[in-house]
Design a protein around this ligand. Structure first.
Ligand code: NAP
Length: 324
């Protein structure tokens, strides 16, 4: 097998493509031949030692991937050789093969291509858990999605529409806004050129959005929260912009509003039955055509460093997927 190896987590430039011994699965593991692996924001951080999870060195980055099972370890009964699966294990995806815990593998139904499957679990699970569980989104409510053309943002638009909500997508340029409306957003705001508060007032008859989905943080968090509707729910999903916002608490009091944390990874670990039910619903929605990953581009696995550069420069709309 070959893989991108991180021996020194000082950034993507230090990754090297190496031939490694093909491992055999231990108890509870499977060996997967990787067909596709997508980039998620944590993949950028983990190779710089800036992510909360710090794997022992050396490691192969690549949190999320899809492929075919080549061997199963002892005690694995629900998966078999030649079965197509997707997996989000945190590392291992940027190579030709990886060992994965069987319990983290999602068997793929026929008609679920590897490129879509590799770009599915992290974004759709996060956005479904955020909007439907933490945000208690109801049909007819209005959702504002910040960073709406990104990975979790595009998934949030599709899930909110599938739930019957009205979606306002906010992003940093006209091309990103156009993408958001092309996948279902009812309106868009270019927050580089428009005043976010004025635009939200105009689009909601002064009422404000009921739910705000924020994977960006930074300078737009406070104006967005100031615009939220009575009994609104502000979903704290991530801090792609860098700075972690601080809000005056009186704003929450004035709107009877909630600031709601979203941590899908821990939800999946602490509440596995609820997570499994959610994943089943998402797979059904995919089969019914209600949701479909937005694939910005597919690149050969050898071009991983180019993919990192594209994602790091805010140039990606939807998901970047590496293929073998
Ligand atoms: N809480 C959870 O359970 C959970 C799960 C998954 C991901 N996340 C977090 O969600 C965030 C987004 O993840 P993603 O995979 O959707 O990333 P992504 O595809 O790169 O999207 C992030 C978006 O943030 C905006 N952005 C603003 N300032 C940025 C900057 N300085 N650098 C990069 N992007 C910037 C960009 O949109 P504009 O250019 O339009 O502003 C970009 O499209 C990350 O912080 C990630 O860690 C959280």
């Amino acid at each position: 097998m070959h893989a991108w190896l991180c021996e020194n987590p000082i950034g993507v430039d230090a990754l090297t493509w190496q031939e490694l011994p093909t491992p055999q699965p231990g108890a509870g593991e499977v060996l997967i031949r990787i067909e596709a692996a997508s980039l998620n924001f944590p993949d950028l951080l983990i190779v710089q030692n800036k992510y909360q999870m710090k794997p022992p060195l050396p490691f192969v980055p690549g949190s999320e991937y899809a492929g075919t099972i080549e061997a199963v370890g002892e005690g694995v009964t629900h998966l078999k050789v030649d079965q197509a699966v997707a997996c989000l294990s945190g590392t291992g995806g940027f190579g030709t093969h990886t060992l994965a815990p069987a319990k983290l593998c999602m068997p793929l139904p026929a008609g679920f291509p590897a490129v879509d499957a590799a770009a599915f679990i992290m974004t759709y699970a996060t956005s479904h858990h955020a909007l439907m569980d933490r945000g208690q989104l109801k049909a007819g409510e209005t959702v504002l999605v910040l960073g709406a053309a990104g990975g979790v943002g595009t998934a949030a638009i599709q899930i909110a529409k599938a739930a019957g909500a009205r979606v306002i997508a906010a992003a940093s340029n006209a091309e990103k806004c156009a993408l958001c409306t092309s996948i279902g957003a009812d309106a868009s705001i270019n927050y580089s050129t428009e005043n976010l508060r004025d635009a939200l007032k105009a689009l909601t008859d002064g009422k404000g959005p009921d739910v705000i989905y924020d994977p960006v943080g930074g300078e737009f968090a406070e104006p967005a929260f100031r615009s939220i509707a009575w009994r609104g729910r502000y979903l704290v999903v991530g801090f792609a912009a860098g700075p972690i916002p601080a809000l005056p608490w009186n704003l929450a009091l004035l709107k009877g509003a909630s600031i709601v944390g979203v941590f899908w990874g821990d939800f999946a670990r602490r509440e596995p039955a609820a997570n499994a039910a959610m994943m089943q619903e998402l797979a059904q929605w995919y089969g019914a055509g209600k949701i479909k990953p937005v694939i910005h581009n597919t690149l050969p696995m050898a071009q991983l460093k180019q993919a990192y550069a594209d994602m790091g420069s805010r140039g990606v709309m939807g998901k970047l997927v590496m293929v073998n």
